[in-house]
Design a protein around this ligand. Structure first.
Ligand SMILES: N[C@@H](CCC(=O)N[C@@H](CS)C(=O)NCC(=O)O)C(=O)O
Length: 204
């Protein structure tokens, strides 16, 4: 099995953290879809990473489907609960964190455009509002709990912590910690785990 992706992609990092937390044997193949000659479109017609190539050669994408596949085929405690209600709740956390990352990625991409091509202030405000609301809901729903859902470690925790990590990397001056102390503590704790430390993207 091999995971194709870029070490700087937040979605790839989510999967790499998941792989480490589950001690799954999986080769990491660095390939950036933006590079000429990239192999990514051969595996994912959307030309996006991460892509997981199974031992039988079949490809799995996107990150959300990859983690479900990996949880299903690997041994050890499940990081996506089997019971319907719990699974939906863990998936909701993941969707919230992924959505916050989507808005952060959009801002990062647009900020790199030349001034005259950049989107409007309204567009930026809209993306920032998504991030602010997501952080507020995460902080509220986490409360004083150690884990996002069900009192145990799950994909929800990986998703929230990688989302906060990406926000920190992309917008280091955001200042969300002062407003959301429970989430800040949570992010601090998770970022110290070996799976987070070893997948930290190289400095920009
Ligand atoms: N929802 C997708 C998002 C994947 C994604 O947007 N990946 C970016 C890298 S951060 C990418 O490959 N972009 C290349 C492109 O869109 O052409 C997932 O969770 O896997």
């Amino acid at each position: 099995m091999k995971l194709i992706g870029s070490p700087t992609s937040p979605y790839v990092r989510k999967v790499r953290i998941f792989i480490q937390e589950k001690s799954i044997a999986c080769e990491f193949v660095v390939d950036r879809p933006s590079m000429p000659g990239s192999s990514v479109p051969q595996f994912n017609p959307l030309g996006k990473v991460p892509v997981l190539v199974r031992d039988d050669g079949r490809a799995v994408y996107d990150s959300s489907v990859i983690v479900e596949y990996l949880d299903g085929v690997s041994a050890g405690p499940k990081l996506i609960p089997e019971s319907f209600e719990d699974r939906i709740e863990v998936r909701r956390w993941e969707a919230l964190a992924d959505g916050m990352v989507d808005a952060t990625v959009e801002i990062a991409h647009d900020s790199r455009e030349p001034e005259e091509k950049r989107r409007s202030t309204e567009w930026y405000d809209k993306q920032h509002s998504k991030i602010s609301r997501a952080l507020a809901v995460m902080n509220r729903d986490l409360g004083t709990a150690q884990f996002c859902h069900g009192g145990r470690f799950s994909l929800a925790d990986i998703a929230v912590a990688y989302g906060c990590g990406y926000l920190d990397r992309s917008q280091p001056a955001h200042g969300w910690r002062a407003l959301h102390p429970a989430l800040a503590q949570f992010a601090e704790r998770f970022s110290a785990r070996p799976s987070f430390q070893t997948t930290a993207p190289p400095p920009a």
